[in-house]
Design a protein around this ligand. Sequence first.
Ligand SMILES: *Cc1c(COP(=O)(O)O)cnc(C)c1O
Length: 375
Amino acid sequence: MSRFFDLVSKPAREMGSYLPSPPPKQAAADTQPRLIKLDSNENPFGPSPRAMEAMRTALAAAHSYPDDDCSELRRKLAAFHSVPPEQVLVTAGSTALLGLLCQTMLAPGLNAVTSERSFVVYAMAVHAAGAQLIETPMRNDGFDLDAVLNAINEDTRVVFLANPNNPTGTMTEAAAVDKFLAEVPGHVVVVLDEAYYEYALHLCALRKVEYSRSLDYLRQGASVVVLRTFSKAHGLAGLRVGYGLGPAELMAYCARMRNTFSVSSVAQAAALAALDDQNHIGKTVSNNAAQAQILGVGLSELGYRVVPTSANFLYCDVGREASDVVGQLRNEGISVRALGVWGAPNCVRVSIGTPQQNQFLLKAASKIVAASGRR
Ligand SMILES: *Cc1c(COP(=O)(O)O)cnc(C)c1O
């Protein structure tokens, strides 16, 4: 018997572990091409140059503890979103806020509801709080909000709606969210996870559909917490900074549960500068929209079923064991994500890269498809 099994808490004992993508292997020689990383929905253009500049400046003050409250960033975000600063909570990535919300709202005997095949961190955060996660079946590869409503019971405290959803890339339109929120009972907080907000907003504008009215719900006093992050379109995933916009009282409870000094001074400086660099966001989201089209068509022509995306990745059914395809692509120098853990053994999630990266991926994938046809 292991030494600590009986000593650790029940949630710690029963929790599974998250399997991030394996760290890219260090290239053995300069001649060996670097792995093209299309597995974690990162910005293929990197951080904004203004954020880089701000980070370099902030490094000189790295001996000082950061501002624990991220006051300047909070004020700036509040102004940016036209909400009071008390409704903004900055955390070390928005996943940290998922953890805080669960620690604050949940306990053994209580539950949270989400869809199956959604963001893996929901299960981790809920289980770490000793609570149960109820997952409802999907409809058309996206959230079935009627099923979510039906699953809510008196012990439910939180609903997670990933919009767009990761890993399927599907989006729930504003009208459907309006209707859903009107029916959610008062003892439930709805977390609107908008990690891909900038991408979705741009794609939805092109398609003339209404994406999100999340901040309106907050202004109207609804029990919603809107999650945004600097990890995706802003290209700062390695720095760990995200935030939530929610009712001031709930945000204050979550703030008490935070680790002290969890958002570094360098991350705060980078986020402040990234907010000012709307050029970088513009370049990022327009590349993404154009490439979503090109990559989607290319992968469909190879016989893959590609679900239309509202984010910066494509969910595709490759029609056979996806981990084989992922292994073959890795041998070609490209990393994408197999979705077996999400209960979709024939599916992969491919992040949308630069035009060159995507062409490289399409060439490699067509080579793999041709080879598998010859067998
Ligand atoms: C990437 C992602 C996040 C953001 O995570 P960070 O902790 O801010 O890096 C949150 N929700 C979903 C659905 C995501 O895909």
